[in-house]
Design a protein around this ligand. Structure first.
Ligand code: PRP
Ligand code: MG
Ligand code: MN
Length: 188
């Protein structure tokens, strides 16, 4: 097994646990999107690792499945958040119109990013917009939102790994772990 990063206090989800659930979700999505020519959209950067594993688990492959990415980041990260979410990237409305969009996220926390993404894709004329998220922290919600597809609900702990960062670090860890509190105390 891979060694545990020194900054991680506890592993919440092992690579095996993640792989098992992602495989299950992929098969479910293959059924639900079989005839829908899905446009699978990953949110940069947190969703990259989950996206790579999830799309390979969507089998049999729905005809017309294609992949895109969108950048989403919260304004005013830190102590004061304006509550605004900036979207960026090259996805044109013409590429979205009429498509069944499946958003892929690493985590739904306050719910603001998810709501902004859903609003954006609906406004661009998507035939449907749903989300598959690796994690959800319902305790942190300020915007009512529930992803249609979810791998794991987690407690309100500072989780990193499998795409999730703290100050851009730890995204490459193959598991989801809890960051040692002394590493972010006074940061948030
Ligand atoms: C994180 C995460 C989600 C969002 C969830 O992204 O990847 O996209 O925050 O938080 P919310 O539910 O409170 O909106 P972040 O803005 O940190 O960018 P990143 O994906 O590049 O890490
Ligand atoms: Mg993100
Ligand atoms: Mn982040």
């Amino acid at each position: 097994a891979a060694s545990l990063h020194a900054d991680i206090g506890e592993v919440l989800l092992t690579p095996e646990t993640i792989a098992q659930r992602v495989g299950e979700l992929g098969r479910e999505l293959a059924g639900d999107y079989a005839d829908k020519r899905p446009l699978v959209v990953g949110t940069l950067k947190g969703a990259v690792v989950f996206m790579a594993d999830l799309v390979r688990a969507i089998e049999p492959v729905p005809a017309g499945l294609s992949l895109e990415f969108i950048r989403a980041s919260s304004y005013g990260a830190g102590t004061v958040s304006s509550g605004k979410v900036a979207l960026g990237g090259t996805l044109a409305a013409a590429d979205i119109a009429g498509r069944h969009v499946l958003l892929v996220e690493d985590i739904v926390d306050s719910g603001r990013t998810a709501v902004a993404l859903v609003d954006h894709f609906k406004a661009a004329g998507a035939a449907s917009v749903k989300m598959a998220s690796l994690l959800s922290k319902p305790a942190r919600r300020t915007c009512a939102y529930k992803p249609e597809y979810l791998c794991f609900e987690v407690e309100d702990k500072f989780v990193v790994g499998y795409g999730l960062d703290f100050d851009e670090q730890y995204r490459s860890l193959p598991y989801v772990g809890v960051l040692r509190p002394e590493l972010y105390t006074g940061f948030e």
